[in-house]
Design a protein around this ligand. Structure first.
Ligand code: ZN
Length: 921
């Protein structure tokens, strides 16, 4: 196996380097990888599934471009190299043990560029070993100087069009890296969203105790505060006033435009039973509660037991011990479907007795949504719907009672790649891509409407993302990348410098010979937008690039995993509409499902991955490919299990042996070969359609299992001693070509072995020949196949060796019944209609029985068989007589064929169309 792969790889060297041609083109691309670690099998599918599509269209005669580059912008590798430099065991073990980096290479990883250099070479090597047909001439990295010139050009346009604005915004921020962090920079919490809480300021002597809430309107129902007795809080001077908050909160607040100076520590216990006050709820006590999380917001919370299930249960539990019995919940919202105390109703209805009940979160959500959706404040609190009161009360408290906003994540634990906790910081002078701009959004929506999306269900997710996208902090202070042209103190962040690079691929190989200094915005304006300007350098080269860009662009399909819909895949649409004219806008996207390993999500940081290279070494590249694209459609999740992969390996081995054996056959083609050829046309049609729709799994079912089972039947039907006919060579040539996109190594090898000219990778895709289709022949063979199966199962059941087999074929009148039943619109009226026929009436009960049996049979038969039986009645007797020799060989006894209509045998009356009665004696 390995030898075959090596030989074939040599054959393919430089084979997939397309230049513009006279043929139609097909340009597909995949989100480029960030080469900071080894590829696992999950990455494998991301690049292999598009390769199947690339190979398919190449064989269909298109000039196909499948390029690849490496994304190295940003801070992640800097974080990794820092961790390695400081001897972080977790990082070292990941690289040494899981990614198998040799010690001398690992030692150099204290330089971040060494990491990306090492892994981009690795990626190229492993991608090639998988047979991915990439044009490597176009490879680049996002820190190449030529690429930086391209990004500067792109951003000049974005800036001039007013898409980049400056402002203060809350962003995810790593204090350890002193840098904002994007999705790609996170080890944990990449789905976390920033929420805006209101800090409600309670007074305690001369000190303020702030509690954060998303429901400021509930201030009227606060009965107490909760404080964690196990936590040590701090007294801090915040913007000049004294506050009590958790230590974590002090750090958070200091990142959000406040000056914070910690004065001293205060144990939680010393605050218990103290009385605080707020003008909107009066004086209330502080109660102990261990569920209060010091890492959440201010570390102290207000309690609204009438409307918050957690508060209700916590208070109830304290009161059950006879404490704080004077406190009763204070309701303030009416909501249909609940009584005066919604929290109490919800808890009691669900039968929850314990604060730790896992259903508490859902229950809380339920009450909150009901109150938000249809709740209304009591008249004495203003009478507004909760929806409106939320903002009214928040504004009122901000104006009158010193409330301020606090930004916090909606999920716990957001961790940077450097290992540090990520917090929310208000950044000033930060640059933002203004994705909130309604005009820009509507241009993107219009584009999306024109695009092909696979699978179609992702369309709503894209629409939702476009609608929901807010301004995006697009610059960073630290990392690798390109500086913002008009404000070089800032670097463009990784997601923002990888949005239109699909255009760059089209000319990447030409740019390598350009000095970066020559690559002014005017040069790119000419190449991409056709804009003339005086004194363009190297005009001839630019013309070649302009021509090449226009040949490939717009791209046909972009492939990426579904978790990139909410950022990258949508961002790239925004940038394309901002820069390129309509005829050059993207045409389609294919969105992938995720990879599982033995049922669990693959994750490098958790060590739950199987390296792609290990997989290739263990199973062979074709096996890996066949499993990855054949076990699920690209948009479905797939689950890598070694035992299933091993069975794919055996299937390929079987295929190779079968092809080598069959194509040597020399017999004279007969009716059986015509049958095989007829079936093949159907497989070709269906596989072609499947690949046109990106259904790699369906394609494999047709081209591998479908054809294999036909061939198996064909070989079984051959007379003793025959190895088949010379037609098999032609048949195998088609079979090998059909499988070439999926298992290209084996196919390339067999192609040579069959003595075919050139490479299978560039041979013609089999065309289905309608003249070779013989439906009657297929139907007859199907009847025979089904009957053989029936005989086998009867023989198995009766457990005796038969001495003769008699096949009673259906009498002609039952075919008339069958057709009447199949055609009938009103199934209830069928019998009446049939009985209009004099001859049928004479048969009486026999006919009503046949109607029932045919109804059942029609349900069981494939619809295409039923519709064929409506068109013509096959000569079943002739079919079986012709196969008598075969049947006798199969079962080793004489086989008799009779028309059931001419027999008086009791069982003969059971014969039905396409289901003869069988008597085995
Ligand atoms: Zn960090």
């Amino acid at each position: 196996m390995r030898q075959i792969e090596c030989d074939v790889l040599r054959l393919w060297e430089h084979a997939f380097e397309p230049d513009p041609s006279n043929a139609d083109k097909f340009y597909l691309n995949v989100a480029y990888p960030y080469p900071s670690g080894a590829m696992h099998v999950g990455h494998g599918r991301t690049y292999i599934a598009p390769d199947v599509i690339a190979r398919f269209w190449r064989m269909r005669g298109r000039t196909v471009l499948y390029p690849m580059a490496f994304h190295v912008t940003g801070a992640p590798v800097i974080g990794i190299s820092k961790r390695i430099a400081r001897g972080d065991q977790k990082a070292i073990s990941l690289y040494r043990d899981l990614y198998k980096v040799p010690p001398e290479v690992l030692a150099a990883f204290t330089n971040p560029l060494a990491i990306v250099r090492h892994f981009s070479d690795e990626y190229q090597r492993v991608m090639s070993a998988c047979g991915i047909s990439i044009d490597w001439r176009r490879r680049f990295t996002t820190v190449d100087p030529q690429y930086s010139r391209f990004i500067e050009w792109q951003w000049k346009h974005l800036g001039e069009e007013g898409h980049v604005v400056k402002g203060a915004h809350p962003v995810r921020y790593c204090p350890q890296c002193d840098n904002p962090v994007g999705d790609h920079d996170l080890l944990e919490g990449d789905k976390a969203e920033i929420l805006r809480f209101t800090l409600v300021m309670f007074h305690w002597n001369d000190v303020l105790i702030p509690t954060a809430t998303l429901r400021p309107e509930t201030i009227y129902g606060v009965t107490n505060l909760w404080i964690n007795p196990d936590v040590t809080y701090v007294k801090a001077r915040v913007d000049g006033a004294l506050w009590i908050i958790s230590r974590a909160a002090a750090q958070k607040i200091s990142l959000q435009d406040h000056t914070v100076e910690i004065c001293n520590e205060i144990p939680g216990t010393s605050l218990i039973d103290q009385v605080v006050s707020h003008p909107l709820c009066g004086e209330i006590p502080i109660l102990p509660a261990r569920f209060v999380d010091p890492d959440m917001a201010s570390g102290i919370v207000m309690s609204v037991p009438a409307h918050a299930p957690f508060d209700y249960i916590a208070l109830r539990d304290l009161q059950a011990d006879g404490r704080y019995t004077a406190i009763s919940p204070v309701p303030l919202i009416t909501v249909p479907g609940y009584g005066t105390l919604p929290a109490k109703d919800a808890v009691e209805r669900a039968g929850i007795t314990d604060q730790d009940d896992p259903r508490m979160d859902t229950l809380t959500q339920e009450v909150y949504s009901a109150e938000f959706g249809s709740g209304r404040l009591y008249e004495q609190y203003g009478g507004e719907p909760v929806k409106l009161a939320r903002d009214t009360v928040s504004a009122y408290m901000t104006e009158q009672f010193g409330s301020i906003p606090l930004y916090e994540f909606d999920t716990r634990s957001v961790v940077c790649r450097c290992g540090g906790q990520v917090l929310v910081k208000i950044l000033h002078d930060q640059w933002f891509l203004q994705y909130s701009d309604p005009a820009w959004k509507s241009q993107v929506s219009n584009l999306l409407e024109q695009m092909s999306l696979v699978p179609p269900e992702v369309r709503t997710e894209f629409e939702r993302t476009i609608d929901w996208l807010k301004d995006w902090a697009c610059t960073r202070k630290v990392g690798l990348g390109t500086r913002l042209p008009w404000d070089p103190a800032w670097l463009i962040e990784p997601l923002s410098d990888s949005t239109v690079y699909m255009a760059y691929y089209t000319i990447a190989h030409h740019l390598k010979s350009f000095s970066p200094d020559l690559l002014t915005p005017e040069v790119f304006d000419y190449v991409f937008l056709g804009r003339e300007s005086p004194a363009l350098p190297e005009r001839e080269k630019l013309d070649v690039m302009r021509k090449e860009f226009l040949f490939w662009y717009p791209y046909d399909f972009r492939f990426s995993a579904k978790d990139l819909i909410s950022n990258h895949l949508t961002f790239q649409l925004f940038h394309h509409v901002a820069i390129f004219p309509k005829p050059l806008l993207p045409k389609g996207m294919v969105v992938f499902g995720m990879g599982l390993l033995n049922g669990a999500k693959m994750s490098s940081s958790k060590g739950n991955v199987f390296l792609l290279e290990d997989a290739i070494n263990e199973f062979g590249a074709d096996t890996v490919r066949m499993f990855l694209v054949g076990s699920a459609e690209p948009w479905q999740d797939f689950d890598w299990r070694n035992e299933l992969v091993a069975s794919a390996k055996r299937q390929i081995e079987r295929f190779m042996i079968t092809v080598e054996e069959s194509s040597a056959a020399t017999g004279t083609p007969d009716e059986l070969d015509r049958w095989l050829g007829s079936r093949l046309q159907g497989h070709i049609t269906r596989m072609t359609e499947a690949l046109e729709r990106f259904q790699t799994r369906q394609a494999l079912q047709e081209a591998f299992f479908g054809i294999e089972s036909d061939l198996k039947w064909y070989r079984r039907r051959l007379p003793e001693g025959s190895a088949g006919s010379s037609y098999l060579a032609e048949f195998c040539s088609a079979w090998v070509r059909l499988l070439a996109p999926i298992i290209p190594f084996s196919s390339e090898y067999l192609w040579k072995k069959l003595g075919r000219p050139g490479m299978v990778s560039f041979s013609d895709w089999p065309a289905s020949d309608q003249a070779a289709v013989d439906k009657r022949l297929e139907l007859a063979e199907d009847l025979l196949f089904r009957t053989v199966e029936d005989i086998e199962s009867i023989v198995k059941i009766i457990q005796m060796s038969p001495s003769t087999i008699t096949i009673y074929t259906s009498p002609a009148w039952k075919y008339r019944v069958f057709q009447a039943v199949a055609r009938a619109v009103d199934k209830g009226a069928v019998i009446k209609d049939i009985m209009k026929d004099e001859e049928m009436r004479k048969r009486g009960r026999e006919v009503t029985d046949a109607v029932k049996q045919c109804t059942t049979l029609i349900h069981r038969l494939p619809p295409d068989v039923v519709s064929q039986l409506l068109e013509e009645i096959p000569d079943e007797t002739a079919t079986f007589r012709k196969a008598e020799k075969f049947l006798e060989k199969e079962f080793g006894v004489p086989v008799v064929v009779r028309d059931a209509g001419e027999s008086v045998h009791a069982k003969a009356s059971l014969a039905l169309p396409f289901k003869p009665a069988l008597v085995i004696e």
